[in-house]
Write a protein that binds this ligand. Structure first.
Ligand SMILES: *[C@@H]1O[C@H](CO)[C@@H](O)[C@H](O)[C@H]1NC(C)=O
Length: 556
């Protein structure tokens, strides 16, 4: 790391002339760490992907989306299924004998399968390094060192380490396609941008959350042309559309979707139910640290207060008509009982006692509303920076207000934000907030106590190094506006307090076997995590939205 900071000092003329900034060293050291993690803890996602490996290998395409021997049915788009099929071609015989390719209800496998699948994650992640190395290679001399810091912060991200190499998924590979789309947009290769983004969607449809931003940006910079526009009649509106570009872009995007979905067109309804399972609850097994976590907290606090002081309930019913809140204390107690029954199993459905239940339609409308707010400025002045800003805000909107959001979706915010943060020092505060709260919110994914030190120390060291390095390479504020000192101080205090929070929850967890009273609060640790992290992520969103909407010069 010392080396990195030396490279950053731009006073050295030898370095300025020939900056040779390579991610190679990072790849070697990160891969060594990942190899050491191979025998460690993995989640049920591991068996999910093993099952997909098996079913794509053993069955014809037409049956992939119908196969349901295992509860972990295929619910990613076809390109990802083909990717699994491709990987399954490389399974050696001794790994097959280990049970890697068996279609069974729950996988029965040993270390060989674990090694094989872990190595596929490490190898496919090479694409992430390649994409980011191209990003560095193609950047101009003035932004080269800043981009190098950004690129290395992504490849060493604790998010990818925790989600991919311990918990088990293929996000490094998937995000490399998204990053390719961002790079193409940066270098004004708009057809390529459309191609990569459509491809990313066909691998994992979670990228749909970012689609409004790509759509608005490509529409404005590639399809519409206002340069010679003078409004005389409605006929002129047709002349602003660059029809040739429109057909080219639509052709590229539709071709990608065609290749992906056409073979399965006859079973489209089955495909849809697999890709969009709307029957799931509002929050995931563990609450993602978003707006709904705070809503749930408010509900819990209100329930407690009302049960302690029934008089408050009387006052409330005077103001709010009963269907909106329970009419009697009995009803509250009854609902509470139902709720407790719910939490005994996996918490799939969150049930609110006092506050109104949340419908999918409402979460959808809220998400869309904030996404539209984020893309309107792109339609007016489509700079690359503004596009990345809107991309980040689209990720935020869906994370904060979406239906059945998973905590891993925070990467959809952090990765686009990384490409923005070095352009102005005032962006650092919201970035630090979302990165630290977002990465800490991933900690409960690894509940083995042996992983505790690893995740805490790795994230802590990463944060210290990159918070300092990013500060060094970040441009001073473009406008002479006063920085919001209160916000900066609050953020610093908040971030530092994450460490005692993590340690306290771990202690609480460790003492559970000793004091049976603590077992009553089994979910308290998770609740503390999601509430504390949601405060940081919401504040980050507010801070970024403020700059995005009220600070014009920053985005030019
Ligand atoms: C980046 O540039 C270096 C030389 O400056 C070259 O060796 C390397 O292959 C390039 N990497 C990519 C991915 O283009």
């Amino acid at each position: 790391m010392v080396k990195t900071t030396k490279k950053l000092s731009t006073s050295d003329p030898a370095i300025q002339n020939k900056p040779k900034l390579s991610l190679w060293n990072f790849w070697v050291s990160a891969t060594l760490l990942k190899l050491l993690l191979i025998p460690g803890y993995y989640s049920t996602d591991f068996d999910v992907h093993r099952n997909w490996l098996a079913l794509t290998n053993k069955l014809p395409i037409k049956q992939w989306y119908f196969e349901d021997t295992s509860p972990w049915t295929l619910d990613y788009p076809p390109f990802f299924a083909h990717f699994e099929w491709f990987l399954s071609q490389f399974v050696p015989r001794w790994v097959q004998q280990d049970g890697c390719l068996d279609i069974v209800e729950t996988g029965n496998f040993g270390l060989p399968t674990v090694m094989f699948q872990r190595i596929t994650v490490i190898v496919s992640e090479l694409l992430l390094f390649v994409a980011l190395q191209i990003y560095i290679n193609k950047s101009s001399l003035s932004e080269r060192s800043a981009n190098f810091v950004v690129a290395s912060s992504i490849v060493l991200s604790p998010g990818f380490l925790i989600i991919d190499h311990i918990h088990f998924q293929y996000n490094g590979f998937l995000f490399s396609i998204l990053i390719a789309a961002i790079l193409a947009a940066k270098h004004q290769r708009y057809l390529l941008c459309g191609f990569f983004f459509a491809t990313a969607l066909c691998f994992k449809h979670i990228f749909l959350y970012l689609a409004p931003s790509f759509f608005a940006f490509l529409l404005r910079v590639y399809v519409l042309d206002f340069s010679n526009f003078k409004f005389k009649s409605y006929y002129d509106l047709i002349s602003i559309v660059q029809w040739k570009n429109l057909f080219k872009l639509a052709g590229v995007v539709l071709a990608v979707f065609g290749v992906c979905f056409a073979p399965l067109i006859s079973q489209w309804s089955q495909l849809l139910t697999r890709l969009f399972p709307f029957s799931r609850g509002l929050t995931h097994a563990y609450w993602a640290p978003n707006f709904w976590a705070l809503y749930s907290l408010l509900d819990k606090v209100l329930t407690l207060i009302i049960l302690k002081v029934p008089y408050i309930h009387k006052c409330l019913t005077q103001i709010i008509a009963p269907p909106l809140i329970p009419a009697t204390i009995q009803e509250i107690k009854w609902k509470l009982q139902q709720y407790n029954v719910g939490t005994k199993g996996l918490v799939q459905d969150v049930y609110f006692v006092i506050l109104p239940q949340i419908q999918p339609k409402l979460t959808f409308l809220l998400t869309l509303f904030y996404q539209v707010l984020a893309i309107i400025p792109v339609l007016f002045s489509p700079s690359f920076k503004r596009f990345i800003g809107s991309l980040t805000l689209c990720g935020f909107a869906s994370f904060l207000f979406g239906w059945h959001v998973h905590e891993k979706a925070i990467m959809l915010v952090i990765i686009p934000f990384s490409f923005l943060v070095t352009s102005d020092r005032r962006l650092l505060t919201p970035f630090r907030l979302v990165v630290s709260a977002g990465y800490v919110s991933l900690f409960p994914l690894l509940h083995e106590s042996s992983d505790f030190l690893l995740k805490l120390l790795y994230t802590l060291v990463w944060s210290i190094i990159y918070f300092l390095a990013l500060r060094q390479v970040t441009k001073m504020s473009s406008s002479v506006q006063r920085r919001v000192f209160f916000f900066d101080r609050f953020a610093l205090f908040y971030i530092i307090m994450l460490v005692p929070m993590v340690i306290a929850v771990q202690l609480l967890d460790g003492l559970k076997w000793r004091y049976s009273i603590l077992q009553k609060f089994e979910f308290a640790g998770l609740m503390i995590y999601s509430i504390y992290c949601s405060i940081g992520i919401l504040s980050s969103w507010v801070g970024l939205s403020w700059l995005y909407n009220f600070d014009e010069p920053l985005w030019m």
